[in-house]
Design a protein around this ligand. Sequence first.
Ligand code: UD1
Ligand code: UDP
Length: 382
Amino acid sequence: MNKLKILSVFGTRPEAIKMAPLVKQLAALPEFESLCCLTGQHRQMLDSVMDIFDLKADFDLNIMQASQTLSSITSKTLLGMEAVIAAAKPDLILVHGDTSTTFAGALAAFYHKVPVGHVEAGLRTWDKYSPYPEEMNRCLVGRIAELHFCPTVNNLRNLEREAIPGAKFITGNTVIDAMKTTVRQDFCFSVPELNGLDFQHRRVIAVTCHRRENYGEPMREIMEAIRELALSHPEIEVVYPVHLSPTVRECAFGILQDIPRVHLIDPIDVENMHNLMARCYFVMTDSGGLQEEAPALGKPVLVLRRETERPEAVEAGTVKLAGVRKQDILTLAGELLTDEAAYNAMAHAVNPYGDGNACQRIAQAILWHFGRIGEKPADFGA
Ligand code: UD1
Ligand code: UDP
């Protein structure tokens, strides 16, 4: 029987981290031919992930521009995918999550009548401008896709609520699969600023912040909250790998440069990042990925957003929505630093997002969909 040709399309750092174990899983199975197309929506931050997971791209659209617009990402991807789909002739295109690459990749597949599998399907806030443009991207991809790989049962219910057609599976999130190889007890940081930190005696807070809906006043308030926290708590060290977006860098460096105990560093590779989280005291972030990773490592998370599409860890008690107002962020961060009971209530490892076998389930689900095996894989959590 012919191998199933699967083309995985991704372009940003988080998509690459979460697709890497799946691309590898498919490549390891004799039933598949696994091809990989990068849009290059991100460049340095994407290449770093490809290097860590030792992945090679079969196609690279290389679309990134400084301060790019949503229209530029979408239109360049859509046009670039024409030649890729014509050359690869895939049986299935896989896209991940909710970026502009995800949306344009799925739309390109639809225009060429290639079925789409959506990895990390069914996350919703029900507010089309928050996160922006991600909520609309994932809704639109949900309409296009034939196969929906939902991390959790809650995500599956969201798709049912929208009466989304197609086959749905609860697989767990592939990021938990990725963490099986990145997090190591004996890991040595390759970033000098991290090697110099005393994780045992200092309270290290890991920070990231990059979302478009936080650009402007919300991001300024977040940075001001971090500044006040560092100035008022001599026992802490803030480690903040700053996203390469010029808008984010201008805001972060403008407010936090030269503040004592605030370490503004360039983005770090995913191994350094996961091990930083594993050793830190708590996490403050507006990132989606960190909300899934930190709970698995037993680290409290303050989410620097007004809402989240990842309510599972909030319900489990390890994540709190801090919002984007300076005073609210300071109150919750101060509580974690001064109230041991409040800290302990949040600092327990939970795995609502996966058991590390999501990629295996997705591969089995694809085989089942194409009639290559008789049994649908058991759901994560079943
Ligand atoms: C994108 C995704 C967002 C995701 C985030 C992960 C969209 C609309 N947004 O947002 O959902 O959470 O990635 O980080 O798809 N840059 C570089 N080098 C890089 C990466 C970015 O220089 O390796 C700079 C460029 O100037 C680029 C800018 O950052 O124009 C913004 O990148 P972009 O992909 O447009 O938006 P993100 O905020 O990264
Ligand atoms: N990450 C990383 N280096 C960094 C910051 C984050 O490797 O300097 C990882 C992080 O562990 C997570 C992913 O990047 O796996 C999250 O990406 P990002 O926050 O850019 O996007 P989001 O998840 O919000 O879409």
